[in-house]
Design a protein around this ligand. Structure first.
Ligand code: ADP
Length: 308
């Protein structure tokens, strides 16, 4: 198989209380990439969208991932990719992770699946290093594995999938810029013990809720006393969106990744659509343009189709 089409889903990292350690894959939006092997050691990138992302392989997360794989395998293999981005860069729903994960999975497939899933995740993390300055896997892992991922550790890599109930996810992406680096810089470096206790109660509660299909426990556990109070000040309307969505029936939710997108989980589609209407109302009132998605959890992660 010389050319493949890859669908790499958007992801919601952190899941409110699980900063840097939890993430979930979405059925919508999804990036599309066409990838083929070259018989010379170079990377060629084409963009088929309006985002003008770099085509220099050293500056595009997909390119960095291909280069890291080429360095590992040596020889005369290279990659050509056409990226059709549907996940807006900087949205907080894993745009860079989709390119990185898509590139790593595609390359491994074209090479005959010579790398393990953990190795593929590690190659993809090189792309996240380029995008945000730090290697993290809370978007990469769910993008590759689907469902909900728990990243217990990245040094050494220890990732596991958690069973996930049939949940609906509403996402609003207000069209404002929140730089991942700013969203990281404003965080406090020290945490009070009472906050830590509340937070690890919530993380454990959320994981237990997913495993036991206990939606009320999931809802109660979607609380973040450490990151959200600091980060949410970067997102106008955040508190109102959250309060109104919960009043409209959302189980709970919060900032997606480092923002500015906000996500909410709901038990059914009707609730998820009511939540979407509440989100829109807040940003219509503030006067900020937005894009919304009402979708479900993607259980399979990056998907590959043969092209020729
Ligand atoms: P998101 O959470 O939406 O992925 P990030 O801030 O983590 O947003 O990543 C977006 C940054 O990565 C932007 O600065 C963008 O220019 C850069 N970038 C480089 N290559 C890509 C790519 N292939 N896809 C998305 N972003 C890329």
């Amino acid at each position: 198989m010389s050319k493949i089409k890859v669908f790499a889903p958007g992801t919601v990292a952190n899941l409110v209380c699980g900063f840097d350690i939890l993430g979930l894959a979405l059925n919508e939006p999804s990036d599309i990439m066409e990838v083929s092997l070259l018989d010379e050691p170079k990377v060629i990138i084409h963009n088929r969208d309006e985002y003008n992302l770099p085509t220099d392989p050293e500056k595009n997360v997909a390119g960095v991932v291909f280069l890291s794989i080429m360095e590992k395998i040596g020889g005369n293999t290279g990659f050509e990719v056409t990226i059709e981005k549907h996940i807006k860069p900087g949205s907080g729903i894993g745009s860079s992770a989709a390119s990185a994960a898509g590139a790593a999975v595609a390359a491994n497939h074209l090479l005959g699946n010579i790398f393990s899933t953990d190795e593929v995740i590690q190659f993809a993390m090189n792309g996240e290093k380029l995008a945000s300055g730090v290697k993290h896997a809370d978007n990469i892992a769910p993008c590759i594995l689907g469902g909900v991922s728990l990243i217990r550790s990245i040094h050494p890599l220890d990732v596991t999938s958690i069973p996930c109930p049939e949940l609906f996810v509403t996402v609003i992406h207000p069209q404002i810029e929140v730089r991942t680096s700013d969203a990281r810089q404003i965080l406090r470096q020290q945490v009070q013990l009472k906050d830590a206790i509340r937070q690890w109660g919530n993380i454990a509660g959320l994981v237990a809720g997913f495993c036991k299909n206990d939606l009320d426990l999931i809802g109660r556990s979607l609380e973040d006393v450490i990151i959200e109070p600091v980060r949410s000040i970067l997102i106008p309307g955040f508190d109102e969106v959250k309060a109104n969505c919960k009043a409209a029936g959302a189980l709970g939710g919060g900032i997606s990744g480092s923002g500015p997108s906000i996500f909410m989980l709901s038990r059914d589609e009707a609730a998820a659509k009511k939540v979407e209407a509440e989100m829109k109302k807040v940003y219509d009132k503030i006067g900020i343009a937005y894009h919304t998605y009402v979708t479900t959890v993607n259980k399979n992660g990056v998907r590959i189709e043969a092209l020729k």
